[in-house]
Design a protein around this ligand. Structure first.
Ligand SMILES: NC(=O)c1ccc[n+]([C@@H]2O[C@H](COP(=O)([O-])OP(=O)(O)OC[C@H]3O[C@@H](n4cnc5c(N)ncnc54)[C@H](OP(=O)(O)O)[C@@H]3O)[C@@H](O)[C@H]2O)c1
Length: 322
């Protein structure tokens, strides 16, 4: 089967096509013929080894120090089940499914084996494979953060970086939880963020949300430009800053902030829960969550797709088709 591998960290050109043996499903695994995968900010970080300041050593333990620990990137996929192991009961051959491999990656392949009780769910019938492939990265990230923050109906939520892969999921999921949402993005993305359900949009090239006098129950920062020092005045009493792209200083001061201010910093990667993929699928089925697709590239142009994502201004998700 075809796969895209990388054997050293670096620019998009380190990605190379390779022939690998087609995998055989174990007794409780399904074999998926992959139709689509994505290029996420996570793929860019793993490939380039560019990580937020202060995370170098921790990232090395996970990504590898001198060469990649996981030589196949890709955390999301959508496709059809081609074969099943003898003990599989929940899926059958031909089922359209989507799956999330999270930090273990390995989705830039033509065929992938996934445990039937892993992060795997039926593809929503109203989504294409390109859209279904992009359900998980932003969706699971924001389910984890919103659950840990205890989001409630009527909360006022600000999403800084509302137009990216995580931000577009944050806006839609916050609306699903009944929040009033303010999206912060650049001029070109104001309309698209509004179309995702944001009640208010702020153009960060013109206005500074932290100086507007408005206050929020939750501030989601996916851009890394809203540390606690900047947005503490914009958090209500009991408000939480969700640092999707966090900084080491804020992570270290989080306990002190909780003790002294009545506000909280939530950082890291909160667990998203076993039901996350099924929940995202059902929200998609009912039209409440739809991954925004910026660009789609055939796998032969994956280097070009990574070059685009490297620029840091994608709008929603970038998809690779097989
Ligand atoms: N903690 C976790 O578990 C976790 C999980 C997933 C991702 N992440 C991290 O979260 C970050 C975001 O991921 P992503 O997938 O959303 O990335 P992405 O899709 O590349 O998002 C980039 C977006 O950020 C916006 N942006 C850039 N500068 C901005 C600014 N100054 N103010 C507001 N928005 C700005 C861009 O909008 P414009 O084009 O309008 O500038 C673009 O739409 C990444 O660094 C990733 O590593 C963390």
């Amino acid at each position: 089967m075809k796969a895209i591998v990388y054997e050293r960290f670096g620019p998009p050109e380190v990605l190379e096509p390779r022939e690998l043996p087609k995998p055989v499903p174990g007794d409780r695994e399904v074999l998926i013929k992959v139709r689509a995968t994505t290029v996420t900010a996570g793929d860019w970080r793993c490939r380039s080894r560019i990580v937020p300041k202060g995370f170098g050593f921790a990232a090395g333990l996970f990504l590898g120090f001198s060469k990649p620990r996981h030589p196949i990137l890709g955390s999301e996929l959508s496709g059809e089940i081609e074969a099943i192991g003898k003990d599989v009961t929940r899926f059958k051959v031909g089922d359209p499914v989507f799956a999330f491999s999270d930090t273990s990656m390995g989705s830039y392949v033509e065929y992938k084996c996934v445990p039937e009780d892993g992060a795997l769910a039926r593809k929503p019938s109203n989504l294409s494979h390109e859209e279904a492939a992009a359900l998980s990265f932003g969706g699971t990230t924001m389910l984890g953060f919103f659950r840990k923050a205890g989001i409630r109906e009527g909360d006022r939520v600000l999403v800084n970086g509302a137009s990216g892969g995580v931000g577009t999921a944050a806006v839609q999921l916050a609306k699903h939880f009944g929040a009033r949402v303010t999206g912060v993005c650049s001029t070109a993305n104001l309309e698209v963020v509004k179309s995702l359900g944001a009640d208010v949009v702020i153009d960060y090239t013109r206005d500074d949300f932290a100086r507007s006098g408005e206050t929020y129950d939750l501030i989601v920062d996916t851009a890394g430009t809203a540390p606690f020092s900047r947005c503490k005045g914009s958090l209500r009493e009991g408000g939480r800053l969700l640092e999707v792209l966090g900084s080491v200083p804020d992570m270290l001061r989080a306990p002190w902030v909780s003790m002294t201010t009545g506000k909280r910093i939530i950082a890291g990667s909160p667990p998203w829960g076993e039901d996350a993929l099924r929940l995202l699928a059902s929200l998609a089925e009912s039209g409440r969550f739809k991954p925004l697709i910026d660009r789609s590239y055939p796998v032969e142009r994956i280097v070009e797709a990574h070059r685009y994502v490297d620029m840091g201004h994608k709008r929603g998700n970038v998809v690779i088709t097989w």
